[in-house]
Design a protein around this ligand. Structure first.
Ligand code: NZQ
Ligand code: ZN
Length: 388
């Protein structure tokens, strides 16, 4: 049965190779001082920075530069960004980049007018904002996280060895996001495939939970098929606009709250991956890829019916004459072949983890209960060892 739910998505999207021009329609809605958030400089190399600055100037905005947002943004950077926004009385936060810049902008947005320390308030105590929230806009340059149309914000605290995400309410979603698939074409291949697996796993996290006949799961299967198909084209030819645009659009729908409506969700691959990330600072999508197969093979017996459906409907495994276990295993084998084919990192050793870190990664893993099997601490350790 489809459970009861409410659904609203507060983000307006502009999609396509001419979408940046719509920044001109959005900027007049917000105040004069814009904190321009970006990462380590890719936007300067590929010209996006210059194009955005021209539009900001043409709209009479005062620009407050906030560069150097690192992949897996840290709590120290967040505190700096909050300070910058306060000192300059910033009215609007404009993020240019991938999930890291967009997540960071949201974290700043809920912290500028709040006296508490943001890490303690939002990432440890999981409180909701009780202060004025600055509006955020996003110009996306990497497809993967879905941050452009959701209220998630993930921050890393290296000192505490924790990487934690807070899913805020709709008031924290970007007011608008600009999605130009051409902007993603300068991504190094490794980042592109990392984003592709992030998309795929977001869908899996919402799919591998519950056994109801649920429309959300049918949508999830279609999205998975689309991302598998387009990924194979994009890996061969990263300049293929059709594939890159399909990947970008799928990323948004994979995690903009739609396919979790009316059902339970898992999210344990992300909990394991984020714990690996907290200790190694490895690329998000790769951390997910490296732990996925040991995790799914571990839980398959507890959700066998869904793994059979996944094998047949997503991977087109012929079920004739086979047991459910055989069909489920063939589905996961097909997934493994695809992951290797597109060039994902398949173990955490290559991400910098070793046996001596397993205890710390286990400690950093938050155990959720929405999947087919609530893991014990020992099972977390076992899955991590199998991921080495
Ligand atoms: O910093 P620059 O120089 O811009 O380079 C970035 C960065 O090194 C580069 N890049 C981005 N666009 C590019 C480009 N390089 C060349 N050309 C372009 N067009 O790519 C690198 C990675 O960027 P990043 O933003 O870190 O990647 P991603 O989009 O994967 O974001 C990862 C962060 O998002 C969080 C992750 O945990 C991680 O902290 N997530 C956020 C979620 C959400 N809001 O719902 C959900 C996800 O599961 C995820 O946890
Ligand atoms: Zn993710």
């Amino acid at each position: 049965m489809l459970g009861n739910f409410s659904y609203k998505n507060a983000t307006k999207l502009y999609f396509g190779d001419d979408s940046l021009k719509y920044l001109n329609e959005e900027l007049p809605k917000y105040g004069k001082t814009v904190q321009l958030i970006y990462g380590g400089g890719s936007v300067k190399k590929n010209g996006i920075y210059d194009a955005v600055v021209d539009i900001l100037k043409a709209n009479g905005k005062t620009i407050v530069e906030d560069s150097g947002v690192m992949p897996n943004p840290t709590v120290e950077k967040l505190r700096e960004g909050v300070q910058l926004a306060r000192e300059n009385k910033v009215d609007f936060l404009l993020a240019m980049g991938g999930g890291s810049c967009c997540d960071y902008a949201k974290a700043v947005s809920v912290s500028v007018n709040c006296d508490d320390d943001p890490w303690e308030k939002y990432y440890i105590r999981f409180e909701e904002p009780d202060c004025e929230i600055l509006p955020v806009g996003c110009i996306l340059t990497m497809a993967g996280t879905g941050s452009e149309m959701n209220a998630g914000s993930v921050i890393t605290n290296h000192e505490q060895k924790l990487k934690i995400g807070h899913v805020f309410g709709e008031e924290v979603m970007p007011k608008f996001s600009i999605l130009n698939p051409k902007f993603t074409m300068t991504l190094p291949k490794r980042q592109m495939v990392s984003g592709i697996y992030d998309i795929f796993n977001h869908i899996c996290e919402q799919y591998f939970s519950g056994e109801d006949d649920n429309t959300s799961d049918y949508i999830a299967e279609a999205l998975m098929r689309s991302v598998i198909h387009s990924s194979l084209i994009a890996v061969e030819n990263p300049e293929d606009y059709e594939a890159r645009s399909n990947i970008m659009w799928t990323a948004t729908w994979a995690l903009n709250t739609l396919i979790s409506r009316g059902k339970t969700t898992d999210w344990m691959v992300h909990m394991l991956g984020q714990a690996v990330g907290a200790i190694t600072d490895a690329t998000h999508g790769m951390t997910l890829a490296a732990v996925s197969l040991p995790y799914y093979r571990h839980i398959m017996p507890f959700g066998l019916k869904k793994f059979v459906r996944f094998a047949v409907d997503v991977w087109k495994i012929d079920p004739t004459g086979k047991t459910d276990e055989e069909i489920g295993n063939e589905g996961l084998q097909a997934m493994e072949s695809w992951m290797k084919q597109i060039g994902l990192t398949m173990n955490i050793t290559e991400l910098g983890a070793d046996e001596s870190m397993i205890e710390a990664i286990t400690d950093a893993t938050i155990i959720l209960d929405g999947g087919y099997k609530e893991l014990t601490r020992d099972e977390v350790t076992e899955i991590l060892r199998e991921s080495l």
